[in-house]
Design a binder for this molecule. Structure first.
Ligand code: SF4
Length: 148
């Protein structure tokens, strides 16, 4: 099994604390993080993913918006470059502890944050990364069978 993840969510997961838009959204997100922490692989998808799923029937759902797709385009390029891999839609990615660490370092220094431009959560995510990702759910031990 793989978990479908759109590219800019590879960044959002780095600072995820277990809070979000709705209880269903948070419940689904927490389950995804537990699966990632247990070592399940990601399939990179274009458009709404498993994290988006509970939001697709909500009023004002933005998951199909062009602006969000633009975030994905920017994230796909930068995440692939930072990880030194050819990342593309439809590809499979394993988030190893080393890769999470590399991404969090790049997130902190801003070199992977083009997708975050204009995001309403920008300052919050910056505070979380500045604080050393304390209490974030995605484990640095991902892939080693640890829970969120
Ligand atoms: S600033 Fe927005 S796009 Fe960037 S990681 Fe945070 S929630 Fe995701």
């Amino acid at each position: 099994m793989t978990i479908s993840i759109r590219p800019h969510h590879l960044l959002c997961m780095l600072t995820y604390l277990g809070k979000g838009y709705t209880p269903d959204f948070v419940h689904g997100y927490n389950k995804i993080i537990r699966r990632l922490n247990a070592g399940e692989a990601i399939e990179i998808v274009s458009g709404p993913d498993d994290i988006c799923r509970p939001m697709l029937s909500e009023d004002g759902c933005h998951c199909h918006d062009d602006s969000v797709r633009d975030r994905d385009t920017r994230a796909l390029a930068q995440v692939g470059r930072v990880l030194g891999i050819d990342l593309e839609n439809g590809g499979v990615l394993l988030l190893t502890p080393e890769r999470i660490s590399v991404l969090r370092t790049a997130f902190l220094d801003g070199s992977v944050r083009a997708a975050c431009t204009g995001c309403e959560w920008y300052d919050l995510c910056s505070e979380i990364s500045d604080g050393g990702y304390r209490a974030c759910r995605l484990s640095i031990r991902a892939g080693q069978g640890k829970d969120a």
